[in-house]
Write a protein that binds this ligand. Structure first.
Ligand code: DOR
Ligand code: ZN
Ligand code: ZN
Length: 419
C-alpha cells in the first residue's frame, strides 16, 4: 500500500471509522485497520468521495480574463471537486475534432483536477467524429448563450438527437425555448425572469422529450422551474441536475446583475419545490454551472451584463453546510455530488470502494466558515454567496496524492482527461 487514509469514511451510504488503502492512485482496500508507507490519520473527520462537477465553464480558450483551466481547476480542488466536466461554449466553440483536440491538450497541460470535455452541437457539427475524438458528452443549447455557440434550430433538432443517440454519449441540454423568450428591456432580476418565464423551460423540456430518439440518454441541465419537476420525474432515460443558485437564491436576492443567470433565478416557490424534490431523491446531480464573468462585465447596465455566476468552489461547502443545518442528509449530497454524476458518465470515480480512483475529500462537519470572495481561488473575484456559511475541505486527495491541506496547495499538478 502506498498510503493509508484514516477517518470516518463514507462507504455504503454511511460514515464508518475505517482505513482506505491506496495503491497506484486507486483504492486498493477499505478495512478497519491497514498498514502503509504513509499514514494520513484524520481521526473522526469525515472522508467522502471527491465531487464530480458535471457542469463548469472554464472559459479557455478565448476568455481567460474570466477563467482558465489552471485557475478554475485549482478553485475546484479547494472546494472538494476533483473532477470537472467543461462546457463547449468557449471561443472557438468546441464543435469540431480540431477544437476538441486542442482544448484537450490545453487542459491536460494546465488542469489541477481531472477533467472531461463536452462537445457542442451546432449546425453541421460531426457528432460521430467528436465522440470518437473523446468528448465526455455532447451539449445542446436550445437558446442563445454566452460565446459564439448558437442555439440549434427547431428544424434540425430531431436529426441532432438521433445523431447523438448513435454515439451512446449523454446529451446534456440547456432547455430554454428561444421562441417563448421575452425581449423587453431589463433592469432587475424580476425583469430577467419575465423574459424567461417558467414556460420557457417546460416548453423546451416537452419538445425535447417528444423528439428524443430511441436509446438517447438525455440530461437536463440546471432544472429551475417547479413545473419541470414532474415532467422529468416521469420520463425514461432522462437524468437531471440542479444548481446551488437555483436552490438557494431567487429573484428577490439583492444581487442586481450579479444574479443574472440563465435559466434565471425564479420565485421562492420554485426554489422550495426544487429543494423538496431534492429531498425526495429527484435530481441525479448537483452541479455548479460555474459561469464566471468579471466584475467589470457584471457592473455593466443590467441589460448588457452577461449571464452566469461562479460556483465551482462553493458548491460542496454550501451543500455540506445544509447537511450541518439538517436541511439535507449527507446521502442527499454525496449521491448527487459524486456517486451518480460519475455513474452517469461512466467514470471510475465517485465512490469509496476498491478499484475506484482515490479522490477523497476530508471534512470536519463541525467547522464552517463565512464565504468571502477574497478567500476563493477562481479568477473573477466575486461570489453571490458572500457572507454565507460553508464547510470547506480540510484536505483533498486526487488519485491518492494529497493536493490541498488546510487551504493550501501542497501537491503537484496532475489533472488528466477522464475519457
Ligand atoms: O447564465 C448562463 N451562463 N447560462 C448559460 O447558458 C451559459 C453561461 C455562460 O457560459 O456564461
Ligand atoms: Zn445552461
Ligand atoms: Zn452552463
Amino acid at each position: 500500500m502506498d498510503a493509508i487514509v484514516r477517518g470516518r469514511c463514507y462507504t455504503d451510504g454511511r460514515p464508518v471509522q475505517q482505513c482506505i488503502g491506496i495503491s497506484d492512485g486507486k483504492i486498493a482496500a477499505v478495512s478497519g485497520s491497514l498498514d502503509g508507507d504513509i499514514v494520513y490519520d484524520f481521526g473522526s473527520k469525515l472522508v467522502i468521495p471527491g465531487a464530480v462537477d458535471i457542469h463548469v465553464h472554464m472559459r479557455e480558450p478565448g476568455a481567460t480574463q474570466k477563467e482558465d483551466f489552471a485557475s478554475g481547476s485549482l478553485a475546484a480542488l479547494h472546494g472538494g471537486v476533483t473532477c470537472l466536466l467543461d462546457m463547449p461554449n468557449t471561443n472557438p466553440p468546441t464543435t469540431t475534432s480540431k477544437t476538441l483536440r486542442e482544448k484537450k491538450e490545453l487542459a491536460a497541460s494546465r488542469s489541477y483536477a481531472d477533467f472531461g470535455l463536452f462537445a457542442g452541437v451546432q449546425a453541421g457539427s460531426d457528432i460521430e467524429a467528436l465522440s470518437r475524438e473523446g468528448a465526455v458528452g455532447v451539449k445542446l443549447y436550445m437558446a442563445g448563450t454566452t460565446g459564439d455557440l448558437a442555439a440549434t434550430s427547431p428544424e434540425s433538432l430531431k436529426e441532432e438527437l438521433a445523431a447523438v443517440a448513435k454515439t451512446g454519449k449523454v446529451l446534456a441540454v440547456h432547455a430554454e425555448d428561444e421562441s417563448l423568450r421575452g425581449r423587453g428591456s431589463e433592469s432587475s432580476l424580476a425583469d430577467h425572469l419575465k423574459n424567461r418565464r417558467n414556460e420557457c423551460e417546460t416548453s423546451a423540456i416537452r419538445r425535447l422529450l417528444e423528439l428524443s430518439a430511441e436509446g438517447l440518454r438525455v440530461h437536463i441541465c440546471h432544472v429551475s422551474a417547479r413545473e419541470s419537476i414532474p415532467l422529468i420525474a416521469n420520463a425514461r432515460n432522462v437524468t437531471s441536475e440542479v444548481t446551488p443558485h437555483h436552490l438557494l437564491l431567487d429573484k428577490d436576492a439583492m444581487l442586481g446583475s450579479f444574479g443574472k443567470v440563465n435559466p434565471p433565478l425564479r420565485r421562492r416557490e420554485d426554489r422550495q419545490a426544487l429543494f423538496a424534490a431534492l429531498k425526495e431523491t429527484r435530481f441525479d446531480a448537483i452541479a455548479s454551472d460555474h459561469a464566471p464573468h468579471t466584475t467589470e462585465e457584471k457592473e455593466e447596465d443590467f441589460d448588457f451584463a452577461p449571464s452566469g455566476m461562479p460556483g465551482v468552489e462553493t458548491t460542496l461547502p454550501l451543500m455540506i453546510q445544509l447537511v450541518r443545518e439538517r436541511h439535507l442528509t449527507l446521502e442527499d449530497v454525496v449521491r448527487r455530488t459524486s456517486r451518480r454524476p460519475a455513474e452517469m458518465f461512466g467514470l471510475n470515480k465517485g465512490r469509496i470502494a476498491v478499484g475506484y480512483d482515490a479522490d477523497l475529500v476530508i471534512i470536519d462537519p463541525a467547522t464552517s466558515r463565512e464565504i468571502r470572495a477574497d478567500d476563493l481561488h477562481y479568477r473573477c473575484a466575486w461570489t453571490p454567496y458572500e457572507g454565507r456559511l460553508g464547510v470547506f475541505p480540510k484536505a483533498v486527495f486526487l488519485r491518492g496524492e494529497i493536493m490541498i491541506e488546510d487551504g493550501s496547495l501542497i501537491g503537484e499538478r496532475s489533472g488528466r482527461d477522464v475519457v
